[in-house]
Design a protein around this ligand. Structure first.
Ligand code: HAM
Length: 424
């Protein structure tokens, strides 16, 4: 039996990679225009970073992490998300000494041991932005506007943005008290995880995915109704900032997010398609305590991550067609062994001139080479044999319509460059 890829992982094949490159180029272009610089952090970190940063009572830490001991007995974990690693890197590299805010982005795979289904994988890709050192709601608005621009750039304008505020260390203890009072009489009916969350972090109960807990959540006090005046002011700032930019949103008091580091703003963009899974295309929020929690100086933070696979599901659902790139500019067909050296040098010259040029690597017949060139979507072909070499010219063939042009072999690269620049 051939070995298969592990469950929940997927190959991104050459036939599909152009879709990824297309989205990546939109992402990089947007980050450039918004002034976000890329940061690359390790794929694995000390487990403690996630248990402390993401939170001991979250599903991610309790159930979904790929954790292993290395040969020296250190507990390491494949990153389930990017924010904690960025926070660690910010502290470790003294980035607080640089002008605030630091506006960073990352793009790469994340790992969660999840129940695999449509739009939910064990290895998945995220694009994320983090703003470190900006306390006001302007940063939250800017991040949401990047997402809006990403979706529009990718090809769809219909979005469902949900925002909420879940308070700060000043108002959360009183809210937790209210939640405990609400859930106390229901404790027996909650799942084992939520029983543990009741004392340590009752807000997590609101986010539990178990049916039995969902039933008990109805009627629970909602954070937004109990946040302090500073949090309310911040939330008002977010709302008016979004309105100023014409970004539609709705307030969804049930959004608490699945990670513990959030304070104040939380938001999600829900997808028409992935909604059936109870999931979002992207999510984010403010985490003013995370840098401090990870041992750094008190620094406000806010950010988001988009699931790239879910973005593709959304694009497909809107029928967005990503333009397929053309094949090589030219495929040089070798009709006789003696012309091999000439052909190799010609292809080399074309490549050095910045053109896409290919050559058969398998000593195939002319017919098979033509077929291959066609399947590779070559824009032009040229057949080189003894005849062509002795007369010093060869026929260039445009694959789309069969148009033929006689080309001087001594000046082939320059002539071809002119033809490629003016395709008709
Ligand atoms: P998250 O909500 O856990 O937040 O994940 C963000 C996005 O990653 C989700 O909305 C979804 O599109 C995608 N995603 C998550 N899990 C999976 C999965 N198993 N399969 C496919 N896609 C998935 C975070 O990760 C936070 N770090 C976001 C953030 C950044 N908050 C502040 N800064």
């Amino acid at each position: 039996m051939p070995i298969q890829a592990p469950k929940g992982t997927r190959d991104i094949l050459p036939a599909d990679i152009y879709r990824w490159h297309y989205i990546e180029s939109i992402i990089r272009g947007l980050c450039k225009s918004y002034g976000y610089r890329e940061i690359r952090v390790p794929l694995f970190e000390h487990t403690e970073l996630f248990s402390r940063g993401v939170g001991e009572t979250t599903d991610i830490v309790q159930k979904e992490m790929y954790t292993f001991d290395d040969k020296a007995g250190r507990s390491l974990t494949l990153r389930p998300e990017g924010t904690a690693g960025v926070a660690r890197a910010y502290i470790e590299n003294g980035m607080q000494a640089q002008p605030a805010p630091q506006k960073l982005y990352y793009y790469g795979p994340m790992y969660r041991y999840e129940n695999v289904q449509h739009g939910r994988y064990r290895e998945f890709w995220q694009f994320g932005c983090e703003v470190l050192g900006a306390p006001g709601p302007g940063a939250d608005v800017e991040l949401i506007s990047i997402l809006k621009a990403l979706f529009e750039g990718a090809g769809f304008t219909k979005t469902d943005l949900r925002i909420n505020s879940i308070g700060c260390p000043a108002c959360r203890p009183a809210y937790h008290k209210l939640l405990r009072a609400f859930f106390e009489s229901k404790l027996d009916r909650l799942c084992a995880d939520c029983k543990g969350r009741f004392e340590r972090n009752p807000l997590r109960i609101i986010d539990c995915k178990q049916e039995r807990c969902k039933q008990e959540i109805a009627g629970a006090p909602m954070a937004l109704d109990h946040v302090c005046s500073d949090c309310l002011d911040h939330f008002e700032g977010l709302k008016s900032g979004l309105s100023e930019l014409g970004i539609a949103y709705s307030i969804d008091k049930t959004i608490v997010r699945g990670l513990d580091y959030y304070t104040r703003t939380v938001f999600e963009f829900l997808s028409e398609n992935v909604k059936s899974l109870g999931s979002a295309i992207c999510g984010g929020g403010r985490y003013d305590g995370l840098i401090g929690l990870c041992g750094g100086p008190d620094t406000p933070g806010v950010g988001f991550s988009v699931g790239i696979e879910r973005l593709f599901i959304e694009l497909d659902s809107y029928g967005v067609k990503i333009p397929e790139p053309a094949g090589p500019d030219i495929f040089v067909v070798v009709a006789a062994a003696p012309v091999k050296t000439f052909a190799a040098r010609l292809v080399d010259g074309l490549r050095r001139a910045g053109l896409g040029a290919e050559l058969d690597l398998n000593a195939r017949s002319v017919k098979a080479q033509m077929k291959f060139a066609d399947r590779r979507n070559a824009v032009y072909t040229v057949v080189l044999g003894d005849d062509e070499l002795s007369r010093g010219s060869a026929e260039l063939r445009k694959m789309a319509d069969g148009t033929k042009t006689e080309m001087n072999l001594n000046n082939f690269v320059d002539e071809f460059k002119n033809i490629i620049k003016i395709p008709n």
